[in-house]
Design a protein around this ligand. Structure first.
Ligand code: PEP
Ligand code: MG
Length: 929
């Protein structure tokens, strides 16, 4: 027996269910589900996604038995509808629509009114008594079929229609009479013949076959491929095809069509939300050609349908226990449901709905946590316009608040150009400004910070896509007059050129000319509730990477349980409120003389062994000045570092703090320009030439693999001593003066061999002992730890040895990726983009941890380390610590914490909670098996 490829729905029951999304696509599975729960769904059948897969595998041919199954289902449909395909008296008309398991709005093809020809049209007209509507349906069908199925350019039909409208002075399509539409049809048929070199097919079976082929082919059209790439949609078989009885929203004033959300998709508010148009077909609402009405209005014009729709809204929410995005049509007063799916929502709405639905006892806390995409929280963590500032100024124009947030950027009028300008780095902040957007604009929308349109409603393409992308959008601002040719727009008489800066407030729907200031977002309310639940659920700790007291304060506010990485080298650059050069000058002086001091000291040691008094005296004299400069520089740096640490410890209020000793190659700090070199020469009272020679001598061909990390401390131990003294003195001061617990964790960077750590640890402990002695302190007062970064593959595979010396490991996955994959952190961007495109790596390994490769180093090091040191504390402080998939990996390999930038903390907290829930679900499934 051949496999089942086609699934019927109609007559009160369906062969599919929601759970069959992978096979029937989201649309097909939900049409089946709605049928099963008794909603008014026009009957039809779904051709499975498996067919799409086989279609491509089989050189664009259907699998055997497929045609017979379609025919059998068509017969069934005719029976349920009591109509016949192509019947000249009472024809069955169908729509053919795509529908993949994950919704890809507007990306694939649709054909409506299929089954019409000269004969069946007569039947339709007779039956509906509406000649105008019949001819309108037919001309739409020829246009859609010609464009979508046969590739006749849409603008050719559009051009002809405009011509006929002009001829009869018709303003809108709806102004054309039946006779005039008949003329449109005859022109369209000619355009079709010219474009395809064949007559328009009158046989509905041929129409159906060609249309289903077209839908399957559209799975791999460039915009669908791009959409899947942007939205990271992978692993689907293909699209399903839904063949469904047509219902008409354009049969006059008692007919209409609309799109609704069971709750507000922008704010999450529990209010029925949507738009509709009377006497219109579905695409009229989405295309934004006519401005739709708010759904509440329907209560006034068609109370019966509105009441029914509200009841369906409640039934759908009770059934699916999630916000639904539905499409409906009213045909001569009769309501039909054409689609339901889980509605796309902004992050703010996702959070509010999840919390509300827990309160309403619809879902569990765990389900609520799983409903929110951790990455989307980013939208809530970004600044908004300062409410005080916008209260004082009037917007230049306003439109619909289609997707919340704030965006400031350069106006660009074409999506292609936006992509080019972004890639060439001319503009990184772009406001894509269009009359209306279409699926072709997807790439340009993706690189833009905000979207602005002159036409279209809350469910227009621009609004839906922007919300899905989490971008700010103001839609349908009729104040804008956009001229693509001159690349300008006028707002109430004021001209804005391409490249000018505007500010968009997507929450209020306002447009401002120029740049507005932004403020930090609020972290309380429903957001705080979700975070609380995440914290109660997660096992993994969360810390932040922070180098300043200010960032540490933000980190604590965002939920940091400590600092996982303080990069001390960042403390040597200028600080606000300090005189320029306060820090960098002594630091440069220290570097300048460090090597000289080292060489002279070695020579002196050698001279001492030969007891050459003259040589000893000469070297001692030579060493005196650089040594003084070396010590002076370190003495100047010590209080600055101490002050910074005190600030961080205070802001942490008793939380632990991992402070990393100096890491980067020294030459990064040196003056490479003559101005800086002269300044240094003057300050140190030496010739510029000497400065230049030192800069030259410190040059490295591979600085990332050069004199950096623990290697610096091993060759210049005074640097380590100064840093450790600053950390411990700061800890003692804060403990004593502010009565705050301080838990410093001193971290040694770039260890590859255990001996590097052993020697460094001795230096650290010696300095701590000395500082404790001077300050009459002890480890009981300041319970410090000494540990290391694991960021060199050698360290990872010898972690058992290293853990005998280290009290903690922190995975530096930036360097571990660099050294493990052999990709330069600074140069790999160029080819990694191609690598991801080619599928060599699924994601950029610097952004998403390469779990199969670099992840193995992490896993191995944790296992080996814990073998020799069961109390070993482990964390991650590379960029991956704030990336959800990587955070979940860290949970699975049993790290104690992740550390990331303060703004990514809520993302990490939620991802860590989801990791626990996913683990539970996986264990349950395992048990079942
Ligand atoms: C790392 O290598 O992952 C790390 C955190 O250190 P840095 O980025 O400072 O080299
Ligand atoms: Mg590193």
């Amino acid at each position: 027996m051949t496999k089942k490829f086609v699934y019927f729905f109609g007559g009160g029951k369906a062969e599919g269910r929601t759970e069959m999304k992978a096979l029937l696509g989201g649309k097909g599975a939900n049409l089946a589900e709605m049928t099963n729960i008794g909603l008014p769904v026009p009957p039809g059948f779904t051709i499975s996604t498996e067919v799409c897969d086989l279609y491509y595998k089989n050189n664009k041919r259907y699998p055997a038995g497929m045609d017979e199954q379609i025919k059998a289902n068509l017969v069934k449909l005719e029976k349920v509808m009591n109509k016949k395909f192509g019947d000249p008296k009472d024809p069955l008309l169908v729509s053919v629509r795509s529908g993949a398991a994950i919704s890809m709005p507007g990306m694939m093809d649709t054909v409506l009114n299929l089954g019409l020809n000269e004969k069946s049209l007569k039947g339709l007209i007779k039956l509906t008594g509406n000649e105008r509507m019949g001819w309108d349906a037919y001309r739409r069908f020829i246009n859609m079929f010609g464009d979508v199925v046969m590739g006749v350019p849409h603008h050719e039909f559009e051009h002809a229609l405009t011509g006929i409208k002009k001829k009869y002075r018709a303003k809108n399509d709806t102004d054309l009479t039946a006779k005039q539409l008949k003329e449109v049809v005859s022109t369209y048929l000619k355009i079709y013949k010219k474009g395809t070199k064949e007559n328009f097919p009158s046989d509905p079976m041929i129409q159906l076959k060609k249309s289903t082929h077209a839908v399957f082919s559209s799975w791999n059209n460039p915009r669908a491929i791009k959409y899947r790439k942007i939205n990271d949609i992978k692993g689907l078989l293909g699209t399903a095809v839904n063949v469904q009885t047509m219902v008409f929203g354009n049969m006059g004033d008692t007919s209409g069509t609309g799109v609704c959300f069971t709750r507000d998709p922008s704010t999450g508010e529990d209010k029925f939300y949507g738009e509709y148009l009377m006497n219109a077909q579905g695409e009229d609402v989405v295309a934004g050609i006519r401005t739709p009405l708010p759904i509440s209005q329907l209560a006034k014009t068609d109370k019966k349908s509105y009441t029914k729709l509200v009841a369906i809204r409640n039934k759908l929410e009770n059934h699916y226990k999630d916000m639904q995005d539905v499409e409906f049509t009213i045909e001569q007063g009769e309501l039909y449901m054409l689609q339901t799916r889980t509605g796309k929502r902004t992050a703010a709405a996702a959070v509010k709905m999840a919390v509300d639905m827990v309160k309403e006892k619809r879902i569990s806390i765990e389900t609520a946590l799983m409903r929110i995409d951790p990455n989307s929280l980013d939208q809530l963590l970004h600044p908004m316009f300062d409410p005080k500032e916008i209260a004082k100024i009037k917007p230049a124009a306003s439109g619909l608040p289609a997707s919340p947030g704030a965006a400031v950027g350069h106006v660009v009028f074409s999506a292609d150009e936006a992509e080019k300008l972004y890639e060439s780095k001319k503009y990184q902040n772009i406001i894509l400004t269009r009359i209306e957007t279409s699926p072709e604009d997807i790439g340009g929308m993706n690189v833009s910070k905000g979207i602005l349109t002159a036409r279209g409603g809350m469910t227009s393409h621009a609004a839906v896509v922007a919300r899905g992308m989490g971008k700010c959008c103001v839609a349908g601002s009729s104040d804008l007059i956009i001229n693509y040719k001159t690349k300008t727009m006028t707002i109430k008489g004021k001209t804005i050129k391409q490249g000018d800066v505007v500010s968009l407030d997507g929450s209020a729907g306002n447009i401002y000319v120029g740049k507005l200031n932004t403020v930090e977002p609020e972290l309380t309310g429903t957001f705080g509730r979700i975070m609380k639940w995440a914290d109660q659920t997660r096992r993994l700790g969360v810390r932040a990477n922070s180098d300043t007291p200010h960032d540490t304060e933000i980190a604590v506010e965002y939920g940091a349980e400590g600092i996982g990485l303080t990069r001390t080298e960042h403390m040597f650059f200028d600080h606000p409120g300090e005189k320029a050069g306060t820090r960098i000058k002594p630091f440069r002086q220290m570097i300048m003389v460090a090597e000289k001091v080292k060489i002279l000291r070695e020579d002196l040691e050698a001279a001492k062994t030969t007891e050459n008094a003259k040589e000893i005296a000469k070297l001692e004299k030579e060493l005196a000045k650089p040594l003084k400069q070396y010590k002076d520089a370190l003495a100047a740096l010590l209080p600055l570092q101490r002050k910074d640490f005190e600030g961080i410890f205070k802001a942490l209020k008793g939380r632990p703090c991992t402070v990393r000793l100096l890491d980067p190659p020294l030459h990064e700090f040196l003056p490479h320009e003559i101005k800086g070199q002269s300044e240094m020469a003057k300050m140190m009272n030496i010739p510029v030439k000497e400065i230049q020679q030192t800069v030259e001598s410190l040059h490295e061909f591979n600085p990332m693999l050069g004199h950096r990390g623990c290697r610096l401390g091993l060759t210049y131990p005074e640097v380590t001593q100064m840093q450790v003294r600053a950390i411990i003195e700061a800890a003692i001061n804060v403990k004593r003066n502010n009565r705050i617990k301080v838990l410093p964790e001193i971290m040694v960077p770039l260890i590859g061999h255990v001996n590097e750590l052993t020697i460094t640890k001795d230096q650290i402990e010696e300095t701590i002992a000395e500082t404790f002695k001077n300050k009459k302190a002890s480890k009981t007062e300041i319970p410090y730890l000494i540990g290391t970064m694991i960021e060199i593959p050698r360290a990872a595979v010898t972690a058992d040895k290293i853990a005998e010396v280290a009290e903690f490991f922190s995975f530096g996955t930036n360097d571990l990726t660099q050294m493990g994959c052999g990709f330069s952190r600074d140069d790999a961007g160029k080819f990694l983009t191609d690598y991801v495109k080619m599928g060599v790596y699924e994601y950029d390994p610097f952004q998403v941890l390469d779990q199969d490769g670099i992840g193995k180093f992490v896993d191995t090091a944790v296992r080996l380390g814990r073998k020799t040191n069961p109390k070993l504390k482990t964390g991650i402080c590379g960029e991956h610590g704030g990336e959800p998939m990587s955070v979940k990996f860290c949970h699975r390999v049993g790290l104690n914490y992740v550390s990331c930038s303060p703004y990514r903390l809520p993302i990490a907290r939620l991802a860590a909670a989801q990791a626990v829930i996913e683990e539970k679900l996986a264990n349950k499934t395992k048990k079942k098996k």
